[in-house]
Unconditional design. Structure first.
Length: 241
């Protein structure tokens, strides 16, 4: 697909999903900037993975490197401290009495998008790109497209803007997300995703598994591993964007 005329701001954590979203945006937009958040997450190693993914993607895909603009990092640890979840404190990862995983940080994606929209307004960017997904996900209500549609409307009403909240992974399984990476950048992008991106909630970067670094036991690792193995067993098909 040809590049769109305006620019995009990618909510970029350094994980598998946001790596696929960054490639997706670079394939479409003439200017792409990235935004990361330090909200006190236990797996803060992902903040280091962000730079490794960006650097390697720009080096191995020069046509994308020419489109890759500034990276922005915001410190919102005071927000992360409010929730006292398993994502930001040393507590068990389990399903709570509300039926939600203890890794759910209430309002996280809503807060991310408010900050992203404020930055995009200043930077002249109209597409806000995030890796939210309601097909293979952990049950977070702020990942649902209905939530994001409502947020998009509120942002545009509140800022007199025409932002689009783009969610290219919304209807994809995790296996299809691997396939999207292959469709966008072939095996080199799959290798970047495996070797550089970070998903593990516990921040484990020791063993490099076929699907990437991680503890192999937390929900994020299990989902990533299952998706990779299903995709690999199916012959590593491409998922066309």
């Amino acid at each position: 697909m040809g590049a769109m005329k305006d620019g995009a701001l990618v909510l970029f954590s350094g994980g598998q999903d946001s790596t696929a979203c960054l490639a997706w945006a670079l394939d479409r937009y003439p200017r792409v900037e990235t935004l990361g958040f330090d909200y006190g997450q236990r797996h803060s190693v992902e903040l280091e993975a962000r730079q490794a993914v960006r650097a390697r993607m720009a080096r191995e895909f020069p046509h994308w490197g020419a489109r890759l603009g500034e990276d922005h990092m915001l410190d919102i640890r005071s927000f992360g401290a409010i929730g006292e979840t398993a994502m930001t404190s040393d507590r068990a990862i389990e399903v709570t009495g509300r039926g939600l995983p203890s890794t759910f940080v209430p309002g996280r994606n809503l807060v991310f998008l408010v900050y992203a929209a404020a930055l995009a307004d200043r930077r002249g960017l109209t597409a806000l790109v995030g890796g939210m997904c309601e097909t293979d996900f952990s049950g977070y209500p702020d990942c649902r497209r209905d939530t994001l549609d409502a947020t998009e409307r509120a942002l545009n009403l509140g800022m007199e803007q025409t932002f689009r909240v783009e969610t290219p992974l919304m209807r994809l399984t995790k296996a299809q997300t691997w396939g999207l990476a292959r469709a966008l950048g072939g095996e080199p992008l799959v290798a970047i995703t495996v070797e550089e991106s970070h998903t593990c909630y516990l921040g484990e970067r020791g063993t490099l598994h076929p699907w990437g670094h991680g503890c192999g036991a937390c929900p994020a690792c299990e989902l990533r591993q299952r998706g990779y193995e299903a995709w690999d067993a199916d012959g590593r098909p491409e998922t066309r964007p």
